[in-house]
Design a binder for this molecule. Structure first.
Ligand SMILES: [Mg+2]
Length: 368
């Protein structure tokens, strides 16, 4: 099989304003980059790339650096192509990992479709469902978080993660209210997105231990390995981190060998695709650490995340950003949570996505 064409289209997510308002630092762009890898066998692999701060910038990086490397290559040589892209980055400079991951995802989509299997079975299935947690955006008030968590519990979720403001006093107040209002049977986590100093993280962490929170995620900047090491030693509550560190798989080793985190956060966007995420999960497994799969904020990459989550053992929960609409844009079969709080992996070949091509076309900005 040969790759004949790689289509790269920048799509405006009409829910972009909402996404930007609810995510710390407005880190998500309004854009999604839609990737179509065509082959001479007629099999087409699909993926979305995260737009970063500019979908067009991401699209041009993929088009100018990665596309020439892949044309006319065998799409089934995934490991070779993964190593080639990483090697090129090391020598020629600073290709963002979120530009590489989606290409690898589309190649896995092709491979699984060629085998006639859903991706998680192509990888080697461990399960076909896992529990989900509802993952909030940043909401205006404590009451908003409490009402949202209650509503999602009524819908079936058994776990809820708050993205609080990063203000220790207000964050503790919101976490206390969540525990008081939801009772002891709801699993709760908190992710202040690098909002604290080391002293603040220690203070909040101690309170979250009293409130029986399940984990404290990214309390410090992911770069602060020393701070994470101190915090993980001082606190009983598991500390989760490493979702966006440079180096992807290779950057994760420092956090594991120095016992800087108890839980590694990883996804197909920031760890270099399905290949990079599977490698990271295996690395974590060897250290006895869970690799909790982290949302990518877009529908096709989150589907790839779900397939990997069902092909590894050391991931306990699947993250679903809520409300789901902005993050499931572009597919007709968004990930759904059942009445027991589980997500089920699609059984179609490849990613199993029903892509809404008309919707993407209607929101297209440009082709690169
Ligand atoms: Mg996080």
């Amino acid at each position: 099989m040969r790759i004949t064409e790689i289509g790269i289209r920048v799509i405006a997510n009409p829910h972009g304003e909402m996404v930007t308002a609810g995510i710390k630092g407005g880190r998500a762009a309004h854009d999604i980059v839609f990737i179509e890898i065509k082959t001479d066998a007629g099999i087409v692999g699909h993926s979305f790339a995260w737009g970063g701060r500019s979908g067009q910038a991401t699209a041009h990086l993929i088009a100018s650096i990665i596309r020439p490397l892949l044309i006319d290559k065998d799409p089934l040589d995934r490991e070779l192509l993964w190593q080639e892209v990483r090697r090129m980055d090391r020598w020629w400079g600073f290709l963002p990992i979120y530009a590489h991951g989606p290409i690898d995802v589309a190649l896995w989509d092709i491979g699984a479709k060629a085998a006639g299997l859903p991706l998680y079975r192509f990888l080697g299935a461990y399960r076909s469902k896992l529990p989900a947690y509802a993952s909030s955006l940043i909401l205006p008030t404590t009451e908003d978080f409490v009402e949202q968590a209650k509503a999602y519990r009524r819908a079936g979720y058994r776990a809820y993660k708050i993205h609080p403001w990063g203000d220790p006093g207000r964050d503790i107040e919101a976490c206390r209210a969540l525990r008081a209002e939801l009772g002891s049977d709801m699993v709760l986590m908190s992710d202040p997105v690098a909002g604290y100093t080391q002293q603040q993280a220690l203070k909040v962490g101690r309170e979250l231990e009293r409130l029986d929170f399940y984990w404290l995620e990214e309390p410090l900047s992911d770069y602060d390995i020393y701070g994470y090491q101190e915090l993980s030693r001082a606190l009983e509550i598991p500390i989760a981190g490493v979702e966006s560190t440079p180096g992807g798989l290779f950057g994760t080793t420092q956090y594991l060998t120095q016992r800087a985190v108890d839980i590694v956060r990883s996804d197909v966007s920031w760890k270099g695709g399905v290949t990079g995420l599977m490698k990271t999960a295996a690395l974590c497994e060897a250290f006895g650490v869970n690799c909790e799969v982290h949302t990518t904020t877009n529908a096709l990459l989150d589907l790839a995340n779900l397939h990997v989550s069902c092909a590894i053992r050391n991931c306990e929960y699947f993250e679903v950003l809520i409300p789901q609409e902005p993050f499931s844009f572009g597919v007709k079969n968004p990930i759904r949570v059942d009445a027991e709080g589980f997500v089920h992996v699609p059984q179609g070949a490849g990613l199993g996505a029903e892509i809404d091509f008309d919707l993407l076309e209607n929101n297209a900005i440009c082709t690169v």
